[in-house]
Design a protein around this ligand. Structure first.
Ligand code: FAD
Length: 405
């Protein structure tokens, strides 16, 4: 029986498993086992899926967790019996597995909300590696399609974090694809936002920098407008405009993964489980939640956001605390680093903010360098290096200047 079973091989699950091993070793309790169950073989670097070549944005789980002895079960969890302390899962060949546990860490992440509008099945997104790869393949296929209006037009729906990063990055991605045909001038990116202001969730602090970047890149914006209908070669907007395009990317926000609903407990409006300061799910003995499944408190006034910035330390705390509950050592209350945000703005640089009011601290090339460091280095766990993994798995470990965002 796995003593600690982690569901999910994303940032929260990986760091939960590593941190649990670390805490067990520290307590001399290596006889307790840690197992991670997830359908894929890789940790997907979701924050990079808006970039070109999204199929490369992953690291093999066995090269991260193998060296510290975490067992991996390739399966999709379908049931959680918290009273009987076991989960059921289906492996890649359809066999049903029963996995008992003493401590369970739920780290099954989040997923994009999808609209119910005509043509919704034609929407692209960058929520997971398959969807992002499908978009990339589609973009690279555009030059082989009919020469018609809107061939190199992309419509991005939603100007939240993902929508902004996708729209600004698509300018360069589409130009690189159109340029060999002498069609770079045909590239058009349109960003549609339902709210009356752009980047409504990011607040007024970084908005001027964002607006200037969109203008500099030539991204057209439509505020107080929503998507009504999609066909293979056009999108209809709520203001009646019909935009010729073959590429509509939906970025409508995330909710907790459906599995979260199988654990009893109070939830926030996006389905995340409420947890205490040790990331235990109140009233459900032995169960912890981490990452995008956990509505943990960042401070007395704010819940964490579904982001890597929080998924990584949430994972470390959940793993540590699940392990210490077996060894009798002290658990670590979740006290994350101050809130920061670093938003990529494509060839217009980036913007980095601090605090919940999002005071701009870096812009342009300096912010871009920080963003590249975050996404190319800091969010990648060490490979084939047990010692370094366990060093970083300490809940008290802080990445260089700050934790990623
Ligand atoms: C395009 C994009 C850009 C982003 N940019 C940023 C950014 O700049 N900064 C930032 O901080 N955050 C960013 N995020 C958010 C960040 O990626 C997520 O918050 C983070 O990945 C959450 O980590 P997680 O481990 O909780 O969940 P995930 O990374 O979603 O991992 C969940 C894991 O659970 C597994 N799983 C799901 N269901 C089951 C099941 N039934 N059985 C077994 N396993 C299951 C999945 O396969 C996966 O391995 C971005 C996200 C996207 C999509």
């Amino acid at each position: 029986m796995p003593d600690i079973l982690v569901i999910g091989g994303g940032f929260a699950g990986v760091w939960a498993a590593a941190s649990a091993v670390r805490a067990l070793r520290e307590a001399g309790a290596c006889h307790h086992s840690v197992t991670l169950v997830t359908p894929g073989e890789d940790l997907v670097l979701r924050p990079r899926l808006y970039e070109a070549a999204p199929h490369t944005m992953k690291v093999p789980l066995d090269r991260v967790l193998g060296p510290v002895g975490v067992g991996r079960v390739a399966a999709t969890v379908t049931g959680i019996d918290t009273a009987g302390r076991r989960v059921t899962a289906t492996d890649p060949v359809g066999r049903e597995l029963r996995l008992p546990y003493r401590r369970l860490i739920l780290a099954c992440g989040s997923r994009l909300t999808r609209p119910a509008l005509p043509g919704a099945d034609l929407l692209f997104d960058v929520d997971d590696i398959d969807a992002a790869t499908a978009l990339d393949t589609h973009l690279h296929g555009l030059p082989r399609g009919p020469v018609a209006p809107g061939r190199f037009t992309a419509l991005v729906v939603g100007s939240g974090f993902t929508g902004l990063e996708t729209a600004t990055e698509l300018v360069g991605r589409l130009r690189a694809i159109a340029a060999p045909l002498g069609a770079a001038a045909e590239v058009r990116v349109v960003l549609v936002e339902r709210a009356p202001v752009l980047a409504p969730g990011l607040g007024p602090g970084p908005r001027p920098v964002i607006v200037e970047a969109l203008e500099r890149l030539g991204v057209e914006t439509r505020r107080a407008t929503s998507l009504e209908r999609v066909t293979p070669d056009a999108a209809t907007l709520s203001d009646g405009a019909v935009l010729p395009t073959r590429t509509v990317v939906w970025t409508g926000g995330v909710v907790a993964a459906p599995l979260t609903a199988l654990v009893p407990g109070a939830r926030d409006p996006i389905g995340r489980l409420e947890v205490d300061e040790f990331l235990r799910v109140p009233g459900v003995p032995g169960v912890y939640a981490a990452g995008d499944t956990a509505a943990a408190r960042a401070d007395p006034d704010h819940l964490v956001l579904p982001s890597c910035q929080y998924a990584i330390p949430l994972g470390k705390h959940a793993g540590h605390n699940a392990a210490t509950s077996l060894t009798g050592r002290a658990p670590a209350p979740f006290r994350p680093a101050p809130h920061v945000t670093t938003l990529d703005l494509g060839e217009a640089g980036a913007v980095s903010t601090t605090g919940w009011e999002r005071t701009v601290r870096l812009t342009g090339a300096e912010a871009k360098t920080l963003k590249r460091t975050l996404t190319a280095q800091w969010i990648r766990p060490p490979l084939d290096d047990a010692e370094e993994l366990l060093r970083q798995a300490d809940p008290a470990f802080r990445t260089r200047r700050t934790t990623p965002s």
